[in-house]
Design a protein around this ligand. Structure first.
Ligand SMILES: [Zn+2]
Ligand SMILES: [Zn+2]
Length: 307
């Protein structure tokens, strides 16, 4: 048994269940618990920046960091105004799926590699996704709202140059969450990435998070549940100076727990060293929000794991 903070990433095999590992953690809160998996359901390799070998490097680092399930979720082709695109092209698909398949075989028995995409929700793309996705060997598809019309949500200067420049924080939340709901209603996505990314735009516009979001959060959680669409706790928010906390915030996560919206965990790493980062803190956060299970998706079917 592992009992010190120094050994938090140690894994030992649970002899009772073949292929399943048991990990013990001691958190900063001195909260001690045992879980069956360490999962990072949202990593990137960004081959346009780091080369294709970055997928293998990332998985290797994640496995060294204790992960036994890793979901590769590269940005699928984008047909919006982003330049440079920072995403795969259609012509990359064969290379992408072959690369992941090779890594999956290499790590078989040690770490489950899940094949996915992170796709931008955009109304104009929905019919295209509907046609293409069933033909691809995907374990999961993440839906993400990175831009709405001419507003690139995570670009610090975009809001003030967009058609939403006069909206206040409360209105921006409603605009953003409306797009999240639409994404869920397409039924195309297993879960939604960084579901409250809107908060990243606020400090750049001199705004703070509104304190009257309960109704919006509750209604959105109900829609996610009705659409059988999950969410992730995305740990990347923690390292961003203009966010400084997980996506989503505790109140929305609690509303999702109440509505029984499935939740998983992703680092959203573009840097291979971040795979599996802050998983323990995310599990603690999820438990405090009221969940008893997290999930992962294989062959587009959900599996729950107790935490
Ligand atoms: Zn994203
Ligand atoms: Zn991502």
């Amino acid at each position: 048994m592992v009992s010190t903070a120094e050994s938090r990433h140690h894994i030992e095999t649970d002899s009772g269940q073949a292929g399943m590992t048991t990990i013990n953690y001691r958190l900063s809160t001195d909260f001690y618990f045992q879980i069956k998996i360490k999962i990072d359901h949202h990593i990137h390799g960004a081959p346009w920046e780091y080369g294709w070998a970055n997928y293998r490097r990332s998985v290797w680092n994640g496995w060294n960091n204790g992960c036994n399930i890793i979901g590769i979720a590269e940005h699928g082709p984008r047909l919006n105004h982003r330049v440079p695109f920072r995403s795969l092209y259609f012509a990359d698909f064969d290379h992408y799926f072959n690369t992941i398949e090779e890594i999956r075989l290499e790590f078989q028995g040690h770490c489950d590699i899940l094949t996915g995409f992170e796709l931008d929700y955009h109304p104009d793309m929905v019919e295209h996704y509907r046609e293409v996705l069933p033909q691809l060997p995907l374990d999961f598809v993440i839906g993400a709202v990175h831009s709405i019309e001419d507003w690139i949500v995570d670009n610090p200067v975009s809001l003030k140059n967009s058609s939403f420049k006069d909206a206040d924080a409360y209105e921006l939340y409603h605009i953003y969450f409306n797009a999240v709901r639409e994404a869920a209603e397409t039924g195309l996505f297993n879960f939604i990435a960084h579901p409250d990314m809107v908060k990243k735009a606020l400090p750049h516009a001199g705004m703070k998070k509104p304190d009257n979001l309960s109704k919006l959060y509750r209604e959105t959680a109900d829609i996610l549940k009705a659409c059988d669409t999950g969410i992730e706790v995305n740990t990347r928010g923690l390292i961003l100076s203009d966010v400084g906390e997980f996506y989503p915030d505790f109140e929305f996560l609690s509303a999702c727990a109440q509505a029984e919206v499935p939740v998983t965990i992703g680092s959203d790493s573009h840097d291979s060293n971040r795979v599996g980062e802050s998983f323990e803190e995310a599990v603690d956060f999820i438990r405090q929000a009221g969940y008893k299970k997290i999930c992962y998706y294989k062959s587009r079917r959900i599996t729950f794991v107790e935490i």
